[in-house]
Design a protein around this ligand. Structure first.
Ligand code: HSE
Length: 402
């Protein structure tokens, strides 16, 4: 099988490396030898052996009948969407790590793959090297999925873990993460939660078999989390993580990306550093948890190449993926129930009980303010109660031990 890799960045070069390093075992599993015939990139790579197979013109790949599988690791939707669509229409399977592409066009590309009896696989688009797409699509098929909770972004988990360990503020840890190469120069997509939003949109689409538009998902990043928040969290024995979550309550599906405080009893409490963790709750299965390297060159490339192996094994046979283009309505988060950690100015302490009733006060020794955790209430109830405070410093949701 001759394959082509679109984009020779971190993941694309990882794919070439994995295919070469593990050639023998991959051949055994795929049933035939896999060879990278082309790499597409606008750049030159003098001195790198890939230079010999480098092309700058996509049509060379799209029109080569010898190419059966195309790996797309360019990121973004332009020109990835056009390239992938052309590949599928030309009867080639595609394996991608590109969550922007999958979140925006997944249903359509799956349909084209079905029409052409080829495959569109995207295991690496969520959770890097962690198998989660195939388990959702092919393993947890006897269950109704009730809930997905995921630490889906390695960069923000690294930052929050370091803030917890060092008592440092967000901006300082972000700078360090950028120096270490963990965070991008423009960290917006990670720290504002947009990356996790696309990932939970993909997982939720797979869980319910319909298109979830990521624009419909309430998304809050980690830029407002401070060292003081961690003082309270530590005092209360809680961790602060940013979660992509979705859950089905009756006929309503809720989805959200937001920082959450979680207790040590939660299976995702100890997912630290650049690692990702995803827990899925099925109505028969109960909870299952997936944990591992959610980003990085070789772990992500490993998932992409596993998709290539599957595509080679399934030549001429489309593996169905339950994700139709019918839109899944996401219910308003205002109706979601949760507990809240709240910080208010000390001058408003006497109001706390009047407004929120019984709360759990946390004494973290932060001057001039009070921190407490409310009982469970709807988001809209909380918003209304919060109006009673002139100086509500912050609020972070507290996840139950579900
Ligand atoms: N920026 C992403 C992360 C890369 O930090 O998790 C993997 O999707």
């Amino acid at each position: 099988m001759k394959i082509a890799v679109l984009g020779y960045g971190t993941i694309g070069s990882g794919v070439v490396e994995v295919v070469e390093k593990n050639a023998a075992s991959i051949e055994k599993r795929a049933g035939e030898k896999i060879e990278v015939k082309y790499v597409l990139d606008l750049r030159e790579f003098p001195g790198d052996p890939v230079q010999d197979i480098l092309v700058h013109d996509y049509s060379v790949i799209a029109e080569d009948e010898e190419i059966g599988v195309i790996v797309e690791t360019m990121g973004g939707t332009k020109p990835a969407y056009d390239f992938v669509k052309t590949a599928l229409l030309n009867g080639k399977s595609v394996c991608t790590s590109n969550k922007e592409l999958v979140a925006a066009h997944g249903a359509e590309l799956i349909q084209i793959a079905e029409d052409k009896q080829v495959n569109f696989f995207f295991e690496a688009s969520v959770g890097g090297g962690i198998p989660i797409i195939r388990p959702l699509n092919q393993c947890i098929t006897a269950d109704e999925i009730e809930q997905i909770n995921g630490i889906l972004n390695g960069t923000t988990n690294f930052i929050l873990s370091k803030m917890a360990d060092e008592g440092a503020d967000f901006e300082d840890v972000l700078k360090e993460a950028q120096q270490l190469g963990y965070a991008e120069k423009d960290p917006t997509a990670d720290v504002e939660g947009y990356d996790a939003c696309r990932k939970i949109a993909i997982l939720t689409s797979l869980a319910y078999g319909k298109q979830v538009d990521y624009e419909d998902i309430y998304t809050e990043g980690i830029t407002k989390i401070t060292a003081s928040d961690f003082k309270y969290a530590k005092q209360a024995g809680l961790a602060i993580k940013i979660f992509g979550m979705s859950k089905k309550v009756g006929s309503s599906v809720y989805a959200m990306v937001a920082p959450q405080m979680i207790g040590s009893g939660h299976p995702l409490y100890s997912v630290n550093g650049v690692f990702n963790g995803i827990s899925v709750k099925g109505n028969m299965l109960g909870d299952v948890m997936f944990y591992g390297a959610g980003a990085g060159k070789l772990p992500t490339a490993s998932a992409v190449v596993a998709d290539v192996v599957a595509a080679v094994k399934h030549q001429g046979d489309h593996v169905p993926i339950t994700w139709s283009s019918e839109k899944l309505e996401i219910s308003s988060v205002e109706e979601m129930e949760t507990r809240f950690f709240v910080r208010v100015d000390e001058s408003e302490k006497q109001k706390i009980q009047d407004v929120f009733g019984e709360v759990q006060m946390i004494d973290a020794g932060v001057d001039g303010e009070c921190g407490f955790i409310t009982s469970g209430m709807k988001e809209k109830e909380f918003a209304k109660k919060a109006e009673a405070f002139a100086q509500l410093i912050t609020r972070i949701r507290v996840m139950g031990d579900e």
